[in-house]
Design a protein around this ligand. Structure first.
Ligand SMILES: [Zn+2]
Ligand SMILES: [Zn+2]
Length: 249
């Protein structure tokens, strides 16, 4: 499994872009995890010929996680895509995406050149889509957010979207190969966001070495740089990726 970090920032981060990860599975399926405001620009900067996406996962309906979709669709349409694109997300995802598309580019939904397909997942259950197991669970966030465990038959990875990990998240991530977790602050400060400290505790309790910290508050990333570096260095397997980084496991 390969992860490419399209962006690693929070909603307003003008340096690191909105958090988004391109996953390539064992069989070569490509899954974009979240598509916020800035993501299409970064995505096509890295992958100018990137119309080989199979799935887009939407963790929740905050703009930094889904409002890049209209621009992604527009660019894929310009590239002449005809192959279906599947959006995977929670109940209501089709309405939200169709509304966003109509607001951004009125009438465009009617002439889009490729079928948009939607697959709804339910927290607590596993859906097998394209030979990949997608298991989700609720996190604690100000919008209903689903954490996602992907299993391609060889490796497993967890992507938090936004929010603090719950006991269900703890159960879900146990023994997985890699955790990508939002870590808005240094230690838990906000009721509806994770932190570097709690992400490390989650990974330690789950017996997972590989931990990638994303979605840091831009001021924390800047002002607490030394402390963050020390924490990351102290825990082997922990990485603070930036846009353009990739890892394979
Ligand atoms: Zn966010
Ligand atoms: Zn959010």
């Amino acid at each position: 499994m390969k992860l490419f970090f399209i962006g690693v920032g929070e909603a307003c981060d003008s340096t690191h872009g909105n958090s988004s990860v391109l996953v390539t599975t064992r069989c070569g399926r490509k899954i974009l995890l979240d598509c916020g405001f800035s993501v299409p620009r970064y995505y096509f900067r890295y992958f100018p010929e990137g119309d080989d996406l199979d799935y887009v996962w939407i963790s929740h309906f905050h703009g930094d996680h889904f409002l890049g979709l209209p621009l992604l669709f527009l660019r894929l349409w310009q590239m002449g895509r005809t192959r279906p694109l599947t959006i995977v997300g929670q109940e209501g995802v089709e309405d939200k995406v169709v509304q966003a598309l109509e607001l951004a580019f009125p009438g465009f939904g009617g002439k889009i050149s490729f079928p948009l397909e939607f697959h709804i997942v339910t927290p607590g259950y596993t859906s097998t889509i394209g030979g990949i197991d997608w298991t989700t669970t609720l996190t604690r966030h100000s919008q209903r957010n689903l954490g996602l465990l992907l299993d391609d038959g060889e490796k497993t990875m967890y992507y938090s979207g936004d929010g603090q990990a719950t006991n269900q998240v703890q159960d879900l991530v146990r023994g997985c190969d890699c955790i990508v977790h939002e870590s808005f602050s240094l230690v838990d400060t906000f009721a509806y966001h994770g932190s570097i400290g709690s992400s490390m505790e989650l990974a330690d309790r789950a017996g997972v070495a590989k931990l990638l910290l994303i979605h840091l508050d831009r001021d924390v990333r800047e002002n607490d740089k030394d402390e963050i570096d020390t924490l990351v260095r102290r825990r082997p397997g922990t990485l603070l990726p930036v846009a353009g980084h990739s890892i394979e496991f």
